[in-house]
Design a protein around this ligand. Structure first.
Ligand SMILES: O=P(O)(O)O[C@H]1[C@H](O)[C@@H](O)[C@H](O)[C@H](O)[C@@H]1OP(=O)(O)O
Length: 925
């Protein structure tokens, strides 16, 4: 196949192989032997003796890597190295990696084109995406030096897995130097010293100094197939950097989307619809109300029905997005995608360095959870919720004010009732079933279950709120009359040896407030307990009469009945047991029905108060909170699953998971100025709401490994599935379904020009109070961690980490109120890593500022944990920012490889957050 000079059909790395590329058609190509879940091919490049077109001109070179798929004609530009300045023998730190999904075969050809870059500021033009079949843009700022090509099979079969190729001019004639291609394996360290390569430009040293130890191990590698079910379209980059003792370390950067971006919102919206439909039904069943309340209810119902329709429409739209796993920054404000997090990715760094264990560092990058479609004109949730609550509190004459805690309590009791009533009914039927089978053992078991659930049921109402709500509802009935549903059908008087549950007396007169019988509720409520006691007493009696419950049929071992144990009255014990218990069970169900009826109505009345105030703002606020929460939850579930899979073999982590829970640390880079104030206010509430989430790990019974969510707005349980082999290895507590909690914390430091404005002319108090409040939460988590983890673990942990010192340092930095104090973020992230937590980095779109921050974090970890040569810090940072996963992230979002910063913005950034020349500017999408 002829290789044409620069006839590229498309630029930029393919995240997904094109259909043609994927499908080998009728051709038979030789697959590369793969190590499961490892990239298929990784190599590094170096040039020698390059000839400069103009004598005495120093060369600044880069290599562009293009692929020619065997079934295709055209070139696909795949990736580039960084620019190495001022040498004819450049050794490139950015390597090339083909992930396992990429359609590459031994017959695939790779073309390497070497360029001399004259003007770095123009260089990004080469990598903006071109429409197919369009000629590439003229190469501004660089000139072609030479090219070489090879077939993948040649490299794989070569001696020492190294090819030395001549670089030729475009006519194929003149040799202008050589290029070395050598295969690398992550686990093998390169021979040779790394002391002859270009170091950082003087004066560019990064000032950020920190301490960090105890990296995670990479033992979760074998769990990758399972992770693949949630992670999609990985982009991989490879680097080699020198260590302080002039050895090489290898770094593989990986960035993947997650189908949870869409799956979690869909699950959550379905739950909201279920919850709201149920609430609307309960409002309808509230019974007769006086005209004032009835009108309110009608109004509320109209709005609530509209809301449910809206959620249903959103769900229908989202359901059309089958298989989607990415929402781009440019879709932030799309109504139908409101619940989906923006630009959610796993950003992973795998480090293999000499003398140290391999390590993985994960950060979830995502746009700040915020309601972009609703906008930020009136601020975000933190302010809106506060204002709403204050106004509601002060507008008492039309409504009854219940605090948010009480409203939440009402929802909780309602949810408990709805769960427990059918459960109790089932256990009651099981008891009757055992009775009809005349089986004492099973009777006892059924009774035990019934008693447990009934006790929980009775306990659920032990709250003053129910009482006060009953009175409130009583006064809202026409004329203040409490219409009572019919009293229980059966009296227990004859059958129960103890006090029978009281019967309801019909009230015939129209009572006034003073007529309200406060004790009536107590009697109704207590009747459930009493009915249960009757059943217990009856079961005891039956078993006793039947022979004390020895054996299953009350008979002696030889099958003969002991005549002394047989109650003379009971002639047909099998029928009698059932008959004796049946009326008592009916009474229990009736009493329970009565309690449920009253409690449900009264608590629904509490909810009506919240809804009735300030419609439709109240519903819009709920919608906003649901949207923000959905985005936050999608990220959290993704982070949790990844963390679980990578730390499954760490007993300390598993113990921490079920005894303390996990810290989840969010780094926010939003400015406290203009719209971003609102975003930060949304984000703060969304993250804090994650406290309402608990995880439960269950065994996967099928190939469907996607998490399932249950619960309601106040409390969600996310069931995460693990294959049997992994599930078996878990601690008993986790296997038994113990709920696993998370402790979310947010630290925000605005870094751009908007923050400069906030600091000079605006207000930074939002950021200050968020950081202060979250510091307290972090400290509390640390205390629980120290208290609950075993002493031997703690003593080892303390030897390794000075968490106390780091926390103090963080506290001082928060108190110091220094401008753009990015040390806060570094300290919070370090503490999170040391505490085995889940790390998040967010800005508005998780594209530009986030990319600066995660690359800085990665290089800082390399320097502090893996002995990255200090003179190569900036070069490593530049490599990652110029050719790493994050520039691909930008491309993926806005179809252009430029961080959206202008010079003015960059001047306002802390130095370490500025990208290299040529990688930023106006995105020409
Ligand atoms: O990923 P972000 O940092 O939120 O992207 C910002 C960028 O920082 C800023 O300089 C630019 O002016 C845009 O506002 C970017 O936001 P987009 O949401 O438009 O990508």
């Amino acid at each position: 196949m002829e290789i044409k000079e620069e006839g590229a059909s498309e630029e930029g790395q393919h995240f997904l192989p094109t259909p043609q590329a994927n499908d080998a058609g009728d051709f038979q190509f030789t697959s590369i032997q793969k190590t499961p879940n490892e990239p298929q091919l990784e190599f590094i490049l170096a040039c020698k003796d390059l000839v400069a077109p103009v004598r005495d001109r120093k060369l600044n070179t880069l290599v562009q890597i293009s692929v020619i798929h065997p079934a295709e004609q055209g070139l696909t530009r795949y990736s580039s190295t960084e620019i190495v300045e001022g040498t004819r023998d450049p050794l490139f730190l950015t390597g090339v990696t083909f992930p396992s999904e990429y359609p590459i075969y031994e017959e695939t050809k790779i073309k390497l084109t070497v360029y001399d870059v004259k003007d770095k500021s123009h260089d990004t033009v080469r990598t903006s995406v071109l429409p197919e079949r369009k000629d590439p843009l003229p190469e501004v700022g660089r000139s072609f030096l030479g090219y070489a090509s090879f077939q993948v099979g040649e490299l794989l079969k070569s001696k020492e897995q190294l090819l030395v190729l001549s670089l030729r001019t475009s006519d194929g004639g003149k040799v202008v130097g050589t290029i070395e291609v050598s295969i690398v394996k992550m686990g093998e360290i390169e021979d040779g010293e790394a002391d002859h390569i270009t170091a950082d430009v003087q004066g560019q040293k990064c000032a950020l100094v920190c301490e960090c130890t105890a990296p995670e191990s990479v033992n979760g590698k074998d769990n990758l197939p399972f992770l693949k079910a949630v992670l999609k379209n990985p982009v991989c980059k490879l680097y080699r950097f020198p260590t302080s003792d002039n050895k090489w370390m290898r770094i593989r950067e990986q960035m993947s989307e997650s189908i949870l971006s869409f799956h979690i919102p869909k699950e959550l919206i379905s739950l909201h619809i279920k919850e709201d439909l149920c609430r609307n039904q309960e409002l309808k069943e509230l019974g007769e109300l006086s005209p004032h309340w009835d009108n309110l209810r009608k109004n509320v119902l109209t709005h609530c029905d509209q809301m449910v329709n809206m959620y249903q429409d959103i769900l229908t739209e989202l359901s059309k997005e089958t298989g989607s796993s990415f929402k781009s920054s440019s879709s932030k404000g799309e109504k139908t995608l409101e619940f989906v997090p923006v630009n959610l990715h796993l950003q992973r760094m795998h480090v293999h360095s000499p003398h140290l264990k391999d390590a993985l560092y994960d950060v979830i990058t995502v746009g700040a959870p915020a309601a972009h479609f609703q906008g930020f004109k009136n601020g975000g949730l933190r302010k809106l919720l506060h204002r709403f609550e204050m106004e509601r509190r002060n507008t008492g004459y039309q409504f009854i004010y219940y605090s948010p805690e009480n409203t939440a309590k009402a929802k909780e009791v309602l949810s408990n009732i709805n769960q427990l009533q059918p459960l109790i009914a089932t256990h009651a039927d099981l008891l009757l079933n055992s009775a009809s089978q005349h089986s004492p053992d099973s009777l006892k078991n059924s009774l035990k279950m019934l008693s447990e659930k009934t006790e929980l049921f009775v306990h659920a109402f032990k709250d003053q709120l129910v009482r006060s709500a009953l009175l409130a509802l009583y006064t809202a009935r026409p004329g203040g009359v409490l219409k009572k549903p019919p009293s229980p059908k059966n009296s227990t008087e004859e059958s129960c040896p103890q006090d029978p549950p009281p019967l309801m007396k019909r009230q015939d007169s129209i009572p006034h407030h003073s007529d309200y019988d406060e004790e009536e509720w107590d009697r109704v409520w207590a009747s459930v307990g009493k009915s249960l006691n009757c059943i217990i007493a009856m079961v005891d009696k039956l078993i006793e009469r039947d022979g004390g419950g020895e054996g299953s049929d009350g008979g002696s071992k030889d099958g003969e009945k002991d005549p002394s144990l047989v109650d003379p009255i009971i002639t047909h014990p099998r029928e009698d047991w059932y008959e004796q218990l049946y009326p008592l069970i009916l009474t229990l169900k009736d009493c329970m029905g009565e309690v449920v009826n009253r409690a449900k109505q009264s608590l629904t009345f509490v909810l009506l108060q919240e809804l009735a105030y300030s419609l439709p703002q109240c519903l819009m606020l709920t919608l906003r909170r649901d949207i923000v929460f959905s985005q936050a939850l999608a990220g959290l579930v993704c982070g949790f699953i990844i963390k679980l899979h990578t730390s499954l073999h760490d007993p300390g982590f598993l113990q921490q998971l079920h005894t303390v829970g996990l810290i989840v640390q969010y780094e926010g880079l939003l400015s406290t100025y203009s719209d971003e104030i609102g975003m930060l206010e949304d984000m703060a509430v969304g993250i804090s709401d994650l406290k309402k989430v608990a995880f439960k790990i269950i065994e996967a019974k099928s190939n469907d490994v996607l998490p399932v969510i249950t619960g309601r707005r106040e409390h969600y349980v996310v069931e995460v599935k693990l294959p049997a082999r992994m599930f078996e290895a878990l601690p008993l507590q986790i296997k038994e379904g113990q709920l696993l909690h998370v402790c979310p914390v947010l630290f925000n430091v605005g870094i751009n020009e908007q923050q400069t404005l906030a600091e000079r002319f605006g207000d930074v108090s939002l950021q200050e109070s968020i950081n202060q409040e979250n510091f307290e939460l972090l400290k509390e988590y640390y205390m629980t961690f120290m208290e609950k983890m075993p002493p031997d673990y703690i003593s080892h942990f303390q030897e390794q980490n000075d968490l106390k010192g780091l926390l103090e340092n963080l506290h001082q930095n928060i108190q110091a109120k220094k401008r753009k104090n990015v040390e806060i973020m570094w300290l919070a992230a370090t503490i999170c890593r040391k505490l085995n937590g889940i790390r998040f980095t967010c800005c508005k779109s998780a594209k530009d500022r986030t990319s600066m921050s995660v690359t800085l974090e990665q290089c800082s970890i390399l320097r502090d944990e893996h002995q990255l040569h200090k003179d190569f810090f900036i070069r490593a940072l530049d490599c990652m920012r110029r050719e790493g996963c994050r520039i691909e992230n930008v491309l993926k979002n806005v179809k252009c490889r430029k961080y959206a910063f202008n010079m003015l913005q960059l001047m306002a950034f802390p130095k370490q957050y500025r990208p290299p020349e040529g990688t930023y500017g106006k995105a020409d999408t």
